[in-house]
Design a binder for this molecule. Structure first.
Ligand code: ATP
Length: 364
């Protein structure tokens, strides 16, 4: 196999004929052999980005490079990439072997070489015993593996995946996730992987590009985007249940305080944590449910009544009404209160995020 190739986008725009700006000023680079995930909600431009890299769409402005070469004018078949789609149509009348071999046959790859590549891919994907079956004789997960196999036999320098697991049931998705991670380790190829599923992004990506409305919101490792979200969008999009947001102001008392929801929420902030903020500044406080705990009334930073309790096994999500807000706390299921009970809640001040109330940018 050849060396993997890096992929880079430089100030790339895609404006469709109807004026829709699908991709706006996007710059990022996937290193050689990197597993890079493009993550964002429906309509954020992820698929368009992948199609631009594949050459299925033309860029309106900007440069795309594969292996250092500008490919803007290079047709898809010469880009040395393979794409796996969400709707991978296998040919129903062909066997697994024939499905995997078909693309190579079209390219007039010699028979012996086709055979070598199909058998190598089948070994990696554990499809060897299924090579004579037809698609209808396979499970959903096996069919998906054949679709991946069709991409592997091309021995491309770059793999593009467009939500390849979204048609599988939850259990199979978990299985295939592990499979794809292993495949990446074994093949060492560059992989660009599009998904709207943050769990998939967190578990598969070496780095994640978070997109919204065609623009990059943040690029970072899974832990970076989780622990240090660049803005309110990223903070709210990554993490489940989502981060709580509380509007308020910073006040000076014996130190720096956050006061929100008409005084119902009061948090003493760590003095060293926020060197650049102003007293009086309007901010949004963000705190993940796992950093909200049940406290004694003396320790309370807010109080409210329990609206609903979702027990998830070891933990439970409490939805607590605090004024007009609903705050979610993730607590151990053994200590959970009942609906309508009054509870005192504490926020771990070390795990608070502050965002500018107007721009939504994280405050340093
Ligand atoms: P999803 O997860 O729903 O597939 P996505 O993040 O992949 O969404 P895209 O499919 O890239 O998003 O679409 C980005 C934006 O561009 C959307 O607003 C979409 O409606 C628009 N769009 C996509 N394809 C075209 C097209 N051929 N012509 C005009 N607008 C388009």
């Amino acid at each position: 196999m050849q060396q993997p190739a890096g992929v880079s986008l430089e100030q790339v725009w895609k404006i469709y004929d109807n004026g829709q700006v699908a991709v706006a000023d996007v710059t990022f680079e996937a290193a050689e052999g990197e597993f890079l995930v493009l993550l964002g909600p429906s309509g954020c431009g992820k698929t368009t980005l992948l199609r631009l890299v594949a050459g299925l769409e033309r860029v309106s402005r900007g440069l795309i490079r594969i292996g250092g070469q500008v490919v803007n004018e290079v047709p898809p078949r010469d880009r040395d990439i393979a794409m796996v789609f969400q709707n991978y149509a296998l040919y129903p009348h062909m066997t697994v072997y024939e499905n995997m071999a078909f693309g190579l046959k079209l390219r007039r790859v010699p028979k012996a070489e086709i055979d070598r590549r199909v058998r190598a891919a089948a070994r990696v994907l554990e499809l060897e015993h299924l090579l004579d079956r037809r698609p209808h004789q396979l499970s959903g997960g096996q069919r998906q593996r054949v679709a991946v196999g069709r991409a592997i036999v091309r021995e491309p320098r770059v793999f593009l995946f467009d939500e390849p697991l979204s048609n599988l049931d939850a259990r199979l998705r978990v299985e295939m996730r592990a499979e794809l991670a292993r495949l990446h380790r074994e093949l060492g190829r560059t992989m660009l992987y599009v998904t709207h599923d943050q769990v998939e992004a967190m578990t598969l990506g070496q780095r994640i590009v978070v997109l919204n409305q065609g623009r990059i919101q943040q690029i970072g490792t899974p832990l970076e985007v989780y622990h240090r979200p660049a803005n309110r969008f990223v903070a709210g999009f990554i993490g489940s249940p989502p981060m709580n947001f509380i509007e308020g102001r910073l006040e000076h008392r014996d130190g720096l305080w956050f006061v929100g929801e008409g005084g119902l929420v009061q948090v003493a902030l760590p003095a060293a944590g926020w060197p650049y903020v102003r007293v009086g500044q309007a901010v949004t406080l963000g705190v993940r449910p796992e950093a909200v705990t049940i406290a004694t009334p003396e320790q309370a930073m807010m109080q409210g009544t329990v609206a609903t309790v979702e027990v998830l096994g070891a933990v439970a999500n409490l939805h607590v009404r605090v004024g007009s807000l609903t705050v979610v706390a993730q607590v151990e299921a053994t200590v959970r209160p009942e609906p309508e009970q009054l509870v005192s809640l504490r926020i771990d001040p070390a795990r608070v995020h502050l965002f500018d109330a107007e721009t939504g940018q994280a405050l340093p």
